[in-house]
Design a protein around this ligand. Structure first.
Ligand code: NAD
Length: 307
C-alpha cells in the first residue's frame, strides 16, 4: 500500500517511516524545519522523500494520489516555540492539518492517523487523564493540536473520511533532538550525563511524567491504521515517574554519578501527567511493550553511539 508520513524526517515520523517501509511503499513529506535528512539515512534509497510543506495544498493533493493512509506527524512540535511565535504555530499546525485533511478527502484516502498531544489536557490536577475529560489547552501549541483533532472529527462526520487522533504523552527514544532550544527532558538528560555534566532540573524534580517509548508509539500508529477504530486515543505508558527518579535511572544505566542541578521552575509547566490508556487497549489493541528501563537502555545505547 502507498502510505504517506508527513513530518517523516522528524523524531517520531522517521521511526514510523522506518517500520512502515518494511511492508509498504512510503512517501515522506517534510520541510526539514526541525527534522533532519540524516534521520532517514538508512531508508532513503527505499522511500520517496519530498521536501515540501503541509501548507502547500497543491503539493499534498499531488502526493496523496493513490495513498491508503496518511500518518500526519508534521507540526511545529513545541510549546515554547508556539509561545514565541503563535502565528507560525497556527499556520503549520492548524492550517497545515486542514490542508492534509482536504487533500486526503479529495484523493479518497482511506484513513488519516493524526499525531495529537496530551497538551490538550492542560493543568487539570485530575489523574489519570481520560479522553472524555474536558480539554483545557493552555498554550498556542495545545490549541493547535486540539484544533487538529476537531478538524479530524469534523471530516469524519461531514465527508466520511476515517480519522484516528493519537494523543501522545511524553515520547522518547532514538533520534530525538537533544540540541534544539526546545529539547525534551530525556535526550537533554542523557546527552549531558554521557558528557559528564549535571542534568538540569527545573523546579524540585518531583513533577511527574508518563513517558512512552517511540517504538510503542509507532505500534499504536500502525494499529490505528489497521483497525477500524476512530476518535481520540491516549498513547502513553500508563505509568509515571518523577524527574528525580528519571535522572537516577539514567545514572544507573550510564554508570555515572552526578548530582542534578536545580533551577527555577518554568512557568506553565504541567505538574503531573499520567494517561489512562484503557481506550487504546480496548479499541486499538494497544499494549506498551517497553517499560521505562528497557526504553531508556535502548535510548542511551543510541545516544552513546551517535554522540
Ligand atoms: P519533530 O520536530 O522531530 O518532528 C516534526 C517534523 O515535522 C519535523 O521533521 C519537521 O521538519 C516537520 N515539519 C514541521 N513543519 C512542517 C511543515 N509545515 N511541513 C512539513 N513538515 C513540517 O517532532 P516529533 O517529536 O517527532 O513530533 C511529531 C508529532 O508528534 C508532532 O505532530 C507533535 O506535535 C506530536 N507530539 C510529539 C510529542 C513528543 O513527545 N515528541 C508529544 C505529543 C505530540
Amino acid at each position: 500500500m502507498k502510505i504517506i508520513v508527513t513530518g517523516g524526517a522528524g523524531f517520531i515520523g522517521s521511526n514510523l517511516a522506518e517500520e512502515l517501509m518494511k511492508r509498504h511503499e512510503v512517501t515522506v513529506i517534510d520541510d526539514l524545519s526541525t527534522g533532519r535528512i540524516e534521520n532517514l539515512e538508512s531508508i532513503m534509497s527505499r522511500i520517496d522523500f519530498i521536501r515540501g510543506s503541509i501548507t502547500d495544498l497543491e503539493l499534498l493533493k499531488r502526493e496523496f494520489a493513490g495513498a491508503d493512509t496518511i500518518f500526519h506527524q508534521a507540526a511545529i512540535a513545541s510549546v515554547q516555540s508556539s509561545v514565541d511565535n503563535p502565528v507560525a504555530s497556527n499556520e503549520a499546525n492548524i492550517s497545515g492539518t486542514l490542508n492534509v485533511l482536504v487533500a486526503a478527502r479529495d484523493c479518497k484516502v482511506r484513513k488519516v492517523v493524526y499525531a495529537s498531544s496530551s497538551a490538550a489536557y492542560g493543568n487539570d490536577p485530575v489523574l489519570p487523564k481520560r479522553e472524555e475529560m474536558r480539554p483545557n489547552p493552555l498554550s498556542p501549541y495545545a490549541v493547535s493540536k486540539l484544533a487538529g483533532e476537531y478538524y479530524c472529527q469534523a471530516f469524519s462526520e461531514v465527508y466520511g473520511l476515517k480519522t484516528a487522533c493519537l494523543r501522545y504523552f511524553n515520547v522518547y527514544g532514538p533520534r530525538q533532538d537533544p540540541n534544539s532550544q526546545y529539547a525534551a527532558v530525556i535526550p537533554r538528560f542523557i546527552t549531558r550525563i554521557l558528557a559528564g555534566k549535571a542534568p538540569v532540573i527545573y523546579g524540585d524534580g518531583e513533577q511527574t511524567r508518563d513517558f512512552a517509548f517511540v517504538q510503542d508509539v509507532v505500534k499504536a500508529n500502525i494499529l490505528a491504521m489497521e483497525g477500524p477504530a476512530e476518535g481520540v486515543f491516549n498513547v502513553a505508558c500508563g505509568c509515571r515517574v518523577s524527574l528525580n527518579e528519571l535522572a537516577a535511572k539514567i545514572m544507573r544505566i550510564t554508570k555515572m554519578s552526578i548530582a542534578p542541578v536545580y533551577e527555577a521552575a518554568r512557568p506553565g509547566d504541567v505538574r503531573d501527567s499520567l494517561a489512562d490508556i484503557s481506550r487504546a487497549r480496548r479499541e486499538l489493541g494497544y499494549e506498551p511493550e517497553y517499560d521505562l528501563e528497557m526504553g531508556l537502555e535502548k535510548t542511551v545505547e543510541w545516544f552513546a553511539k551517535h554522540r
